[in-house]
Design a protein around this ligand. Structure first.
Ligand code: FAD
Length: 436
């Protein structure tokens, strides 16, 4: 064992050295900081072997490793089950303290509890900090201490609290207090069973004109009217504090979207069941049709509804889908086809580069009408009207559906008027059942 007492800083979903809350505190503490990262085999084993997100993580870990090398330290990168890796780390390093930023997903909470207990049994303190969101846990609650389940009052208090609090980005001129560790090799993707994906990921630079015009352009999927930063917020390659600072100075509508993100993280933390179950249990009695062939056509973008198909093909080809179109395809799956929102959420979880449990289950339950502050169940998006409004010249559709308006394009999988009525009837029967 190395005799020098050190602090271990554990990167999880915060891949940056600047404005990183827990790293800032670790560097100010007594011992030199040894940074670590783990490719978690419990998570990786469930992913397809060609997963662009794993390539992204690998790319960003390599970048971090280089940035750390410039500061004279080595990023210690491991592959395996976190609890076992921690046992190894404790036998290899003389660990004084451990630092990490908080993660609010159910799996992460369980993992961290086990690590906390392991460290406690060695009398090592595990310090966790808020970094992923502006406000966490019960920082924004009603006067009676209960969480908000409606966005508007939540966002009002969020904004009020922001004025009262010191949420500024952490200064980057922190003491360079790194450990002087030896070189280690980052496990390569194939050793972990993955194929590298050659693709270019969205830039992590904030496009200021996009933010400034956000309120006018954000609903047009054919143009770059949104920031495309979701992947970077997901993995912490951009800091939410820096982005919120830009939003406050430039565009309130954009700020509201960042608040939606905090809101859904808070909902998942207070109600972890939303990842798997209807937030409103009165919807538990809906009898979903769950037709596998129709679901497959939806996945492939072959429903005969051009805006739906364009969205699904964008997702399949790029790992991204515009927010307006996410709402349309989710409404179509749950209402027109009456497929359980969990099927759609699982498909998104597999395909989205920016997949995030809180926003994904939030978005799906919003569309299905089963969630917090959801679209009412009788609001069934009309894909044709949505197209007229948001893609009137069919630019977006033509980009993704090459055979649009040709005989090769499939007939609609279901007739709109009939499907709408069927959804209303099915939801109503389910709700009546709940009351009875
Ligand atoms: P912008 O419009 O530029 O917004 C800036 C940031 O605000 C986003 O990057 C995101 O972090 C946040 N944001 C924006 N809209 C929302 C929203 N409605 N809810 C929560 N946060 C929001 N977002 C994810 O990050 N991961 C998901 O897995 C995810 N799944 C979704 C599933 C469905 C069915 C729906 C309807 C929405 C989902 N969203 C998800 C929210 C939203 O669609 C994406 O955040 C957005 O499209 C990302 O593009 P952008 O970075 O250009 O967003």
């Amino acid at each position: 064992m190395n005799s020098e007492k050190i602090t271990l800083f554990w990167f999880r979903r915060d891949f940056r050295l600047e404005d990183n809350a827990s790293l800032f505190h670790a560097l100010k503490d007594d011992f030199p900081v040894q940074p670590i990262f783990m490719f978690d085999s419990d998570i990786l084993n469930k992913l397809p072997k060609k997963d662009a997100r794993v390539s992204f993580i690998h790319q960003e870990i390599s970048r971090l490793s280089q940035e750390l090398a410039e500061r004279g330290t080595t990023l210690d990168v491991r592959y395996g089950r976190p609890i076992e890796i921690w046992e190894d780390l404790l036998s290899e390093y003389n660990v004084g303290r451990v630092y990490a930023n908080r993660d609010y997903e159910p799996y992460a909470l369980l993992r961290d509890k086990a690590i906390f207990e392991l460290l406690a049994s060695h009398e090592i303190k595990f310090s966790a900090h808020k970094d992923q969101v502006i406000f966490e846990k019960s920082e924004i609650v009603k006067a009676d201490g209960k969480p908000y389940v409606v966005f508007t009052p939540y966002s009002r208090i969020w904004k009020q609290k922001l004025k009262e609090s010191d949420f500024n980005p952490y200064p980057s001129d922190t003491i360079d207090h790194w450990s002087n560790s030896t070189t280690r090799v980052i496990p390569n993707l194939s050793a972990m069973g993955f194929e590298p994906i050659e693709t270019s990921f969205p830039s992590r630079e904030v496009d200021l004109p996009v933010v400034k015009n956000y309120h006018q352009q954000r609903d047009k999927p054919a143009i770059k009217g949104t920031s495309r930063l979701s992947l970077h917020l997901r993995f912490g390659t951009i800091s939410i504090r820096q982005l919120a600072t830009i939003a406050i100075a430039n565009n309130e509508t954009y700020l509201n979207e960042l608040i939606w993100r905090d809101f859904y993280v808070s909902i998942l933390w207070h109600f972890p069941k939303v990842a798997e179950h209807n937030f409103k249990s009165k919807y538990d009695h809906i009898i979903w049709r769950n037709d596998e062939q129709e679901f497959e056509k939806w996945c492939q973008g072959k429903t005969g509804y051009p805006i739906v198909d364009a969205g699904m093909r964008e997702l399949n080809e790029t790992g991204f889908m515009h927010n307006r179109v996410r709402m349309i395809v989710a409404s179509f799956l749950t209402k027109h086809l009456l497929v359980d929102w969990r099927w759609g959420a699982a498909y998104f979880a597999e395909k989205l580069l920016d997949f995030e449990l809180a926003s994904n289950s939030g978005g799906w339950q919003w569309a299905a009408g089963t969630g917090v502050d959801a679209a009412p169940y009788f609001r069934v998006f009309n894909p044709y009207l949505q197209t007229e409004k948001f893609d009137p010249a069919h630019q977006y559709i033509k980009k993704w559906v090459k055979e649009f308006n040709t005989t090769d394009y499939p007939e609609p999988i279901v007739e709109h008027k009939m499907a709408r009525q069927r959804a209303l009837d099915t939801y109503k029967i389910g709700l009546d059942q709940a009351i009875a």
